[in-house]
Design a protein around this ligand. Structure first.
Ligand code: GLC
Length: 591
């Protein structure tokens, strides 16, 4: 019998199908490729695979623009192959979690095609259609119904001359937002989710789920409720591409954690999850959410979702102009932020633990040091610190090899709609081109989307064809073939961390207490469960001989008898107070 909270001792691996493994030589990863690589995932020891979208899609946003929720896109394979993948994972004791993108569909989805066909269409109200702003000529700047910017640059509204109205898209114009106020929309989504669960998938990662409910104001003239303007002149913490804060208002307070969001998720839980046997996972992606809302989302007593991806720590290096306006960030900022979330969800709720995914630059480049001498140790240190927190860890493909950013220097190397749109609008706004490329190189999503390096061959073993985006420049030095049998590799370190979570209830269930909170180099904390105590100590800096001053922090602990469970420096048997090498990390059991 599976426990209701089985996912506390589980580790999830994210596959970005386009870039994982290509089985048919068209240069794009596919389901066949994933099926061929399951031995690798089993060997790593992960419990769940989260598959980024493989549904039918025009691929404006690489599948996050879905035109048919019931079909697999031919680029990725077929429904039969998806069934095969589910069965093969289940045979190995692993689960499959699908991405679920229901804040918006593709503009090519039949629902939107019907909706845009006429003002009287029964599906008109499935999306957000609004007339031009009074006093402005339709289709001209400023005529948009609200002053909202889209996360992918430009306004969040597109004019549709066919019916003379605008439709809302918080992301690209190819991604119109569904109107969750309409009960028929919600029922259609729940029915679709139920069909997938009946087919055998084990749950969902729900894309930008905190954006489903928008703030509404009554229309004084008795028209449909109004979406209000955002406050102008402050940063939109969720709008990645918002660079013109004089034109766009702050949308976040109007769309993030909106007034009905908890009601919608409780309804979804009742309609989809309640009554099914345990063993499912429902995780919400919640950009710009707060600890308080995260607790509401994930408190099991409220029956909404099992855990959420919060964004505070991946927004630390964003300036007032959004993610590409890069702000300095220190290790202390990261530590204080993660600690706040550990404390905030200690009594009720649950954290998803992640440092990277398909939307983020590589964690070793961002939070570690990707220079050759520190890369492996810093990849291990970040993994150690993250995986021993209280919460469910997510491994993004390639992070288990310590893969760094690509080092893009030219716009023609990039493929991502967010980066390309930002580049165009930043140049149009007069930004300095080399600076823009530098920002895209540091933060752009394509860093995480270059092919998974399986071996040191020119295509990295990813494809027999021409890859859709360039192969990582370090493929000869960093690849799976070099690491899987090397006990000192980053891969093997991840294997040990994953196994530790499976074997030690204290990792899954223990309390979390940060120590040395204000130490700028040492990241240390204690986990405790039924008298069992683990101590995690890491030097998250390039400095040598860093000593963790633990004596006042853990009175009564006998460091001499501490048992090293996982270390990162091969062959060494340190005690908790021995000096740490640069980026060294250690996990001890305290006597
Ligand atoms: C989420 C996805 C991202 C996508 C966006 C719009 O943040 O992770 O890849 O572009 O939503 O669907």
């Amino acid at each position: 019998m599976t426990a209701r909270d089985w996912w506390k001792s589980a580790v999830v691996y994210q596959v970005y199908p386009r870039s994982f493994a290509d089985s048919d030589g068209d240069g794009v990863g596919d389901l066949g490729g994933i099926i061929q690589r399951l031995d690798y995932l089993e060997r790593l020891g992960v419990d769940v695979v989260w598959l980024s979208p493989v549904y039918k899609s025009p691929m404006a946003d690489n599948g996050y623009d879905i035109s048919d929720y019931e079909e697999v896109d031919p680029l990725f394979g077929s429904l039969e192959q998806l069934d095969e993948l589910i069965a093969a994972l289940h045979e190995r004791g692993m689960k499959l979690v699908m991405d679920l993108v229901v804040n918006h569909t593709s503009a090519a989805h039949a629902w939107f095609q019907e909706s845009r066909s006429s003002k009287d269409d029964p599906k008109r109200d499935w999306y957000w259609w609004r007339p031009p702003r009074e006093g402005f000529e339709a289709g001209t700047p400023g005529a948009e119904p609200t002053n909202w910017g889209s996360a992918f640059s430009g306004p969040a509204w597109t004019f549709d001359p066919a019916t003379g109205e605008y439709y809302l898209h918080l992301f690209a114009p190819e991604q119109p937002d569904l109107n969750w106020e309409n009960p028929a929309v919600r029922q259609a989504v729940y029915a679709m989710m139920n069909r997938w669960l009946d087919r055998g998938v084990d749950g969902f990662r729900m894309d930008v789920v905190c954006l489903l409910s928008k703030v509404l104001e009554p229309d004084p003239d008795g028209g449909p409720p109004r979406l209000p303007d955002g406050h102008v002149g402050v940063r939109d913490p969720h709008g990645a591409g918002v660079i013109d804060t004089t034109r766009y208002g702050d949308t976040a307070p109007l769309v993030v954690n909106g007034p009905r969001i908890h009601e919608f998720l409780q309804e979804m839980h009742r309609e989809v999850f309640a009554g099914r046997p345990p063993g499912l996972l429902n995780v919400g992606e919640t950009p710009a959410t707060t600890v308080e809302h995260a607790r509401l989302y994930t408190d099991p007593a409220r029956a909404e979702v099992d855990m959420v991806f919060q964004f505070e720590h991946v927004d630390l290096d964003s300036g007032p102009g959004g993610k590409f306006d890069i702000a300095p960030m220190t290790m202390l900022d990261l530590k204080h932020s993660l600690n706040r979330w550990q404390e905030g969800l200690a009594e009720a709720g649950w954290n998803s633990l992640y440092l990277g995914n398909h939307d983020q630059p590589r964690c070793v480049s961002r939070f570690g040091n990707d220079a050759a001498e520190h890369r492996e140790q810093s990849a291990k240190a970040l993994a150690t610190v993250l995986h021993l927190h209280r919460g469910t860890p997510y491994v993004y493909q390639g992070d288990e090899l310590g893969l760094p950013n690509v080092g893009f220097t030219r716009i023609d190397q990039l493929r991502d709609i967010e980066s390309l749109n930002y580049h165009a609008s930043a140049l149009a706004a007069g930004r300095d081109a080399p600076e823009v490329i530098q920002a895209l190189s540091a933060k752009g999503r394509d860093n995480a989307r270059v092919p998974m390096p399986w071996d040191g061959s020119p295509s990295g073993g990813f494809t027999n064809g021409m890859p859709w985006i360039e192969v990582h420049p370090l493929v000869e030095e960093i690849n799976a073939a070099l690491q899987v049998d090397d006990p000192d590799s980053v891969f093997s370190h991840y294997q040990r961390l994953i196994a530790l979570r499976h074997d030690e209830p204290v990792v899954a269930h223990g309390t979390f207490r940060m120590v040395l909170l204000d130490d700028p180099q040492v990241y240390a904390y204690v986990r405790e469960y039924e008298g069992d105590r683990l101590l995690v100590v890491a030097n998250l800096s390039d400095a040598r001989d860093v000593v963790a001053e633990l004596s006042d922090e853990l009175p009564g602990a006998s460091y001499d008898d501490a048992e090293l469970l996982i270390g990162s420096v091969p062959g060494s048997k340190p005690t908790p107070t021995d000096p740490l090498a640069p980026w060294e990390s250690r996990v001890f059991r305290l006597a």
